[in-house]
Design a protein. Structure first.
Ligand SMILES: C[S@@+](CC[C@H](N)C(=O)[O-])C[C@H]1O[C@@H](n2cnc3c(N)ncnc32)[C@H](O)[C@@H]1O
Length: 389
């Protein structure tokens, strides 16, 4: 139980990562480049935020007029609901506001709204934000915040990492436009993958291969293995690998087809030693070939191909069809050449020193690589859409 509590505390602490302004601006610019009116006359909700220091609130408030927003709403989570060791105290701004209420300051979330020029300086911006305490603690799952979701047109945030699944269900059940940050492992969650497959959700425009740096609270303890920047722009930061935007706002990158070589050219010229002179292997349990690198997808292969999940950062729905994933068993039986890993394959895997817990029937993709039974990390199954060249 003590361990469980420690785990929960660690997870909750890792939820306190704050997004940098330029990362928000870069992604929003991609939506604006595709459709300059994407935010026009829209109500934008920023839940799970801390409006007093959030760059999401800052970005949308500063750009309120340029984006043509109708209304901006931003909500925060109550200090008492956050990990205690953060020791969050009311800011001077809150303490000096006429609406400061000691009985609510720690237990309630806050709501900030922006609709009009309140201070008569002829511009609607961050100076015109109004705030009050929420009735509850600002939990996105509450009725109060769900009603704000229902009132809004677009939801943008970096939700708590530990609640990504719940957030994905919450946002998709609201039927709203959204752009949210999450770990790319979320791609194959059952809450996300079917939506990606149906082109109802896709990855944002920002390339996520380099990881994203978030600002972290004072006293943040780095993992002993951490070897990246600890400070950027004078603020303590932590790099999180494999973070991407999940969205249903369109952008140009997803309509650019990947330039590819034919199968025979890949075998002749690929920069990957796994492909050059070797070619592509078929899975033992799927009727598909394994393509371990996105840039090694053969342009003329007619059948089904298994690619790494990072492929989605390059995915164009006009070029490819997504058929399933080897993770979570989210794949049509038609693609399976056996109903899962075979007993013989699992036995061969352990006989050659394989680790982990695999059982016959598991959906994990397996390959005999040079005769050795090998488990292949999460794959997405795709097929070319058009006639191939
Ligand atoms: C990853 S941080 C991001 C904060 C901010 N959106 C940003 O990017 O700068 C997630 C925030 O959600 C808050 N949070 C955690 N659980 C929550 C919940 N159930 N409902 C609403 N907010 C929550 C955390 O306290 C934290 O402030």
């Amino acid at each position: 139980m003590a361990n469980q509590n420690l785990g929960d505390a660690k997870r909750a602490k890792n939820d306190e990562f704050y997004t940098q302004y330029h990362d928000i601006e870069k992604e929003m610019n991609a939506y604006l480049d595709y459709n300059q009116d994407v935010f026009r006359d829209k109500t934008v909700l920023l839940p799970c935020d801390d409006p007093e220091w959030s760059n999401f609130t800052k970005y949308f408030a500063q750009n309120f007029e340029r984006l043509g927003l109708k209304k901006l709403i931003s909500t925060s989570y109550a200090p008492n609901s956050k990990p205690r060791e953060l020791n969050i105290q009311p800011t001077l701004f809150e303490l000096e506001s006429p609406q400061f209420d000691e009985s609510k300051s720690a237990a309630n979330g806050k709501i900030y709204t922006l609709t009009q020029d309140l201070n008569n300086d002829n511009v609607v911006n961050v100076e015109d934000l109004e705030w009050s305490y929420l009735e509850g603690d600002g939990d996105f799952r509450s009725e109060e915040i769900s009603a704000l979701r229902d009132e809004s047109d677009i939801v943008v945030t970096n939700p708590p990492f530990s609640l990504f699944r719940d957030f994905m269900s919450w946002i998709s059940s609201g039927g709203k436009d959204f752009a949210i940050i999450g770990n790319m492992n979320g791609i194959t969650y059952k809450e996300t993958f079917p939506l990606i497959q149906q082109n109802k959700v896709w990855l944002g425009a920002t390339n996520f291969n380099t990881g994203m740096y978030f600002t972290v609270p004072d006293g943040f303890t780095y993992a002993s293995t951490y070897k990246f920047d600890r400070e950027q722009n004078g603020r303590a930061v932590n790099r999180v690998p494999g973070v991407c935007w999940f969205t249903n706002l369109d952008h140009g990158r997803r309509h650019q087809p990947l330039p590819l070589m034919t199968e025979s050219d890949n075998v002749k010229f690929s920069k990957h030693k796994e492909i050059k002179g070797v070619g592509y292997r078929k899975y033992d349990n799927y009727d598909a070939i394994d393509v371990p690198f996105t840039d090694a997808i053969p342009s003329d292969y007619q059948g089904v191909m298994g690619v790494p999940i990072s492929f989605l950062g390059k995915y164009s729905p006009e070029q490819f069809e997504i058929l399933g994933t080897s993770d979570n068993g989210l794949v049509d039986d038609l693609l399976k050449s056996t109903p899962g890993l075979t007993a013989a394959f699992v036995e061969a895997y352990y006989a050659s020193g394989g680790k982990g817990a695999y059982k016959a029937g598991n959906p994990t993709a397996g390959i005999y690589a040079d005769g050795v039974a090998t488990m292949v990390y999460k794959r997405i199954f795709i097929r070319h859409r058009g006639p191939n060249k």
